[in-house]
Design a protein around this ligand. Sequence first.
Ligand SMILES: [Ca+2]
Ligand SMILES: [Ca+2]
Ligand SMILES: [Ca+2]
Length: 169
Amino acid sequence: MATPVAAWSDRVVLSYNDRFGDQDDFQVALVPRLGALLVGSNYTAQASVDLPLGLSGRFSVFVKTDAANSVPEFIFESNNVRPGDTNLDITLTPYGDLAAGEVAAPAVGVVGAVVNISWEVTNAGKWNHRQRPAGRPRGGLVGSCGPLAQRIYGDGDDVRLADVPHSAR
Ligand SMILES: [Ca+2]
Ligand SMILES: [Ca+2]
Ligand SMILES: [Ca+2]
């Protein structure tokens, strides 16, 4: 005797804790099954999963077959969820994290003359050693300006002097 239904889906879930079905679960794959399954037979399924950005930590992996309960199984629904034998350790995606620093400008500027403003940009991201760039990009510009009265970026008194593109050499 085969399953009375020939289509269902298997759900793959990652969970921060070791319990399936609570709020920290999130689905990473829903794999459709087409074709009735005879008693005593089985099938193997797989999913290639894109892990969401920002995810890190140790996870339990669960699969729930017949995730939407398409197949009536009488009293035999309780074995449809199964955890993986091992946990899944996910390390954080290596991000670039540019940070500005060492901003240097002269104390006095005169309208009509140029002032030189320099700064340093560091990538403070979580690179592994192989990916870490050897040098730090450095910026610099010459422009003419009036004095910047306050030390708050992004408020109404800012004057944009220049946007300086950076490119690899
Ligand atoms: Ca859980
Ligand atoms: Ca079922
Ligand atoms: Ca079952």
